[in-house]
Design a binder for this molecule. Structure first.
Ligand SMILES: NC(=O)c1ccc[n+]([C@@H]2O[C@H](COP(=O)([O-])OP(=O)(O)OC[C@H]3O[C@@H](n4cnc5c(N)ncnc54)[C@H](OP(=O)(O)O)[C@@H]3O)[C@@H](O)[C@H]2O)c1
Length: 392
């Protein structure tokens, strides 16, 4: 029986993880769950999975959560804030930590899980984008096993040769990262000016949280994923290509020097990478339907459009610069996406404020977690200032 902590259990990845776990009650038990504001959903999850701990973000939420749990006679103990998240990530009882909090706040508990040698299932791509060097150093120095949950990275992991920590792959020519193109594929900059948060959050293939849905719509998600892939698989950004594949059936591919290309295919459902990583190196059922190639008929491929979707170009530039440019990119993006969701700026202004923030930054090598947090904070302040000048 493996004990699992799910950081961000009330989100899209968190719920899919609980769905997979509920199919294997003899193999996994939930140790801890966490949320930000969705207390009622968290309490329902506690009722079903009876975790030892539930973590919330404020003392007011803790009072509310404890009250609801005690009226239902549930014994789960409530912890608060970053200390609570870190505690359930490192507890000796825990075998597996699913890192599924959205945004920079996920970095610290995920690093704690890595440093305490857990099997870490990484959905929170922002951790690697912000602090890739420090994060991978921690992975290589610890007994942790890091398994990617992003469908593209999980696909690459499955198609690459088995790797010992810190090794370089031999025989790999490049990685091909699949991109759906998002809900606005084919639209011009003029058409994009008027799109709403509701339109941006309806993804054609995937059911995801709001932030990653907007990232998919701007193509920033693919830029973040390229940076993530570069760290995970020790590949320079120029050896990672992006292929738009609107059906999201081929999740990514590895091109070898002998001309072979290995791909991983499956229906677009995050329960596949989650089940793969939970059970790795074994396999188990996920609840995902079999892929029906005959019904699909054909698969399509095209080049990405960095002109109408400048976030992709900006992210690739930040990847090439390195240093703390990806941390600045990530922070500016989080602030800009939230401002778009709050209707303070338009869709096309997301890329403008991110680029202006990067242009105003002198980049440094982030030698420590404190330095990464400093770059993150400064970038957030700068982006907020830019937004208050242009907001509607
Ligand atoms: N969804 C996907 O298909 C997918 C695929 C690949 C990678 N990812 C990555 O996985 C991560 C999660 O994505 P998602 O789509 O599951 O997001 P989501 O649905 O928005 O869920 C985010 C989770 O994080 C919690 N959270 C948000 N802000 C927090 C804070 N300040 N402190 C503590 N907890 C906080 C949320 O709690 P509340 O519910 O209370 O707000 C929720 O449990 C992201 O990094 C995303 O890029 C997602």
């Amino acid at each position: 029986m493996k004990l699992v902590t799910i950081l961000g259990s009330t989100g899209s990845i968190g719920e899919s993880t609980l769905d997979v776990i509920s199919r294997h009650p003899d193999a996994y038990r939930v140790f801890a769950l966490s949320c930000n504001s969705n207390i009622e959903k968290l309490v329902k999850q506690c009722e079903k999975f009876k975790p030892d701990y539930a973590v919330v973000t404020s003392s007011e939420s803790a009072i509310l959560c404890s009250g609801l749990l005690s009226t239902k006679n549930i014994q789960t103990e409530v912890l608060v804030g970053i200390d609570g998240l870190n505690a359930v990530a490192v507890d000796d009882a825990v075998d597996i930590v699913m890192s599924a909090i959205v945004g920079a706040i996920g970095l610290e508990p995920t690093l704690c899980a890595v440093n305490s040698g857990k099997k870490v299932l990484l959905a929170n791509k922002e951790s690697l984008v912000m602090a890739g060097h420090l994060f991978m150093q921690a992975v290589n120095a610890s007994d942790a096993i890091l398994l990617p949950i992003d469908s593209e990275h999980n696909a690459l992991f499955q198609c690459l040769p088995a790797m010992t920590k810190g090794d370089k792959f031999s025989g790999v020519k490049k990685l091909l990262l699949s991109a759906s193109g998002g809900p606005f594929r084919g639209k011009s900059m003029e058409q994009l000016e008027a799109v709403t948060p509701e339109q941006a959050c309806v993804h054609p293939n995937w059911n995801m949280g709001k932030k990653i849905s907007v990232d998919s719509a701007t193509l920033m998600n693919k830029g973040l994923e390229l940076i993530e892939a570069s760290w995970l698989f020790s590949m320079p950004p120029e050896k990672i290509d992006i292929v738009v594949h609107p059906e999201s059936v081929i999740h990514s591919l590895v091109q070898y020097v002998d001309g072979s290309v290995l791909a991983q295919l499956g229906n677009p459902d995050m329960r596949t990478p989650i089940a793969h990583a939970l059970s790795w190196p074994d396999r188990m059922t996920s609840g995902v339907d079999d892929l029906d190639l005959i019904e699909l008929g054909r698969l399509n491929f095209e080049s990405p459009d960095p002109v109408n979707f400048p976030c992709l170009r900006i992210a690739l530039e930040a990847a090439r610069v390195g240093l703390d440019a990806p941390a600045v990119l990530n922070a500016a993006n989080e602030i800009a996406v939230q401002a778009f969701l709050d209707r303070r700026i338009g869709f096309t202004q997301i890329s403008e404020v991110i680029e202006d923030t990067l242009d105003a930054t002198i980049f440094n090598e982030p030698e420590s977690l404190a330095a990464v947090k400093d770059s993150d904070t400064k970038a957030r302040i700068h982006t907020q200032k830019l937004i208050s000048k242009i907001e509607r």
